[in-house]
Write a protein that binds this ligand. Structure first.
Ligand SMILES: Cc1cc2nc3c(=O)[nH]c(=O)nc-3n(C[C@H](O)[C@H](O)[C@H](O)COP(=O)(O)OP(=O)(O)OC[C@H]3O[C@@H](n4cnc5c(N)ncnc54)[C@H](O)[C@@H]3O)c2cc1C
Length: 424
């Protein structure tokens, strides 16, 4: 049966389009991309721009995975960036730092080049629930202001914060005007249209079930085969294509969102007059923003078991009301969830299986920027420019030498640990 988009506000706010045909029979291409999220779409576009023929196989629909249903928060850098810079040291550490804004710059360039409207709105406010976390934000402010003085930083004290976000639930915040938020499914679909213009072939409802390696790689779906010189595996953390080689490196974590009915303009101006994206500093964080049509989109990391809660609304609404009690009684119109890939060693998982199957996944909560960037980095590596790819591929990967179930329990324990730490 064909998989439809989840019942998200995003899916409800894009035009209906025809499905791409599923793969039948045999096809030949330079590069076969598996997965049409940010990583796959960005790789496909980079390769098509370089003149390669590209075929994309997507198990469900373009943007069906985390890329089309996430919080839409466009956040600089990536989890594990410091660790990666330390690992390399010297000039390569500088190359790692240079990636901080590379995903943002790429997205903006593509929005211009391909006229993609994805409601990009500037401003990301990171808010601290505890004095210790506020001190950490001051520290980051000093570092960021020194490293990137032109990126628009501002420390917001508790009193100013009440005016900036109509709440006294936090101790203060760090505002970055170069981060922001966007409609992630519109970005996916914009990239898809750009790829199509450059001749990329898409097959939806075409889950890949097997990859046969060799000088030419053969990618199998239930009803067809694609022969390619290279394969990009951009299927996030939860495919089962290489259990021995890629299993145990990352875990799917469930994260969930609700969308309210549109609020009156007065309420929007009271609660979030500048329409910033807001995220707290906790490891298990709440993230929220206003949609283009005036809804509150509120998300939170709820579990690491992968099981969707019975009522996402019931889990998230109390958290939202702690921040904005005046929303008591507001209707929730949509609720949905998705899985993001958490890399065990924090650093995104990038590399090759054999010579010509390239992969990248495990961006934790930074995948809007990183999915787009890593797709481009895979694309440029396939074209022979390996230096940015090697920054990631060259680091040792952490793997749990135990079964998936036990692995999940270990990760759940880590979350309890972070939950306690967040309260200090
Ligand atoms: C609820 C939620 C909220 C998030 N919020 C944010 C946020 O606010 N900001 C941020 O930066 N990041 C956020 N993230 C993380 C971010 O969305 C992801 O890191 C990023 O989208 C991953 O992109 P991807 O292309 O690698 O994977 P995905 O978008 O998951 O795409 C993988 C695709 O591969 C397809 N696929 C899988 N297996 C196969 C197969 N065998 N054959 C063919 N196709 C296959 C899937 O159907 C899917 O479409 C969030 C994630 C979730 C789930």
């Amino acid at each position: 049966m064909h998989k439809r988009y989840p019942d998200s506000w995003y899916a409800a706010s894009v035009p209906v389009r025809d499905d791409e045909p599923s793969l039948t029979g045999d096809a030949d291409t330079d590069v076969c991309v598996i997965g049409a999220g940010f990583t796959g779409l960005s790789a496909a576009l980079t390769l098509a721009e370089a003149g390669r023929t590209v075929t994309v196989l997507e198990a469900a629909r373009v943007g069906w995975g985390a890329s089309g249903r996430n919080g839409g928060q466009l956040i600089r850098g990536f989890v594990g960036q410091e660790r990666l810079a330390k690992h390399w040291g010297g000039a390569r550490a500088k190359d790692v730092k240079a990636l901080t804004w590379a995903g943002h710059d790429l997205i903006r360039r593509r929005m211009d080049d391909y006229s993609i409207d994805c409601e990009l709105t500037p401003g990301w406010l990171e808010v601290a629930p505890t004095p210790r976390q506020l001190a950490m934000l001051y520290h980051s402010y000093n570092e960021m202001e020194t490293a990137y003085p032109d990126r628009g930083w501002h420390m917001v004290g508790a009193r100013e914060l009440a005016d900036t976000m109509g709440s006294d639930a936090y101790q203060g915040g760090l505002l970055s005007m170069s981060d922001g938020h966007l409609h992630p499914l519109k970005l996916c679909l914009g990239l898809y249209v750009a790829c199509k213009k450059l001749g990329v072939q898409f097959h939806e409802h075409s889950p890949v079930i097997r990859i046969e390696e060799g000088e030419t790689v053969t990618v199998h779906t239930g009803d067809g085969r694609v022969r390619a010189k290279h394969v990009v595996l951009a299927a996030n953390a939860h495919h089962k294509l290489y259990p021995m080689k890629l299993g145990g490196l990352a875990f799917p974590a469930g994260s969930y969102l609700i969308a309210t009915e549109p609020l009156e303009k007065d309420a929007l101006d009271r609660l979030n007059p500048h329409r910033y994206a807001i995220c707290d500093t906790k490891k298990v964080c709440d993230y929220f923003r206003m949609s283009g049509d005036g809804r509150v989109l509120f998300g939170g990391r709820v579990n690491f078991s992968g099981h969707r809660p019975k009522s996402i609304r019931d889990k998230l609404m109390p958290r939202l009301l702690r921040i904005w009690p005046e929303l008591e009684g507001v209707k929730v119109t949509h609720e949905w969830g998705g899985k993001l890939g958490v890399a065990l060693g924090e650093v995104p998982l990038v590399g090759r299986v054999g010579e010509n199957v390239w992969y990248s996944f495990g961006y934790t909560g930074h995948g809007v920027n990183m999915g787009n960037l890593m797709g481009a980095i895979l694309g440029e590596a396939i074209s022979g420019h390996m230096s940015r790819f090697e920054l990631f591929a060259g680091v040792p990967k952490w793997r749990l030498p135990i079964g998936r179930c036990l692995g999940r329990q270990v990760v759940s324990s880590a979350i309890v640990y972070y939950w306690l730490k967040d309260r200090l």
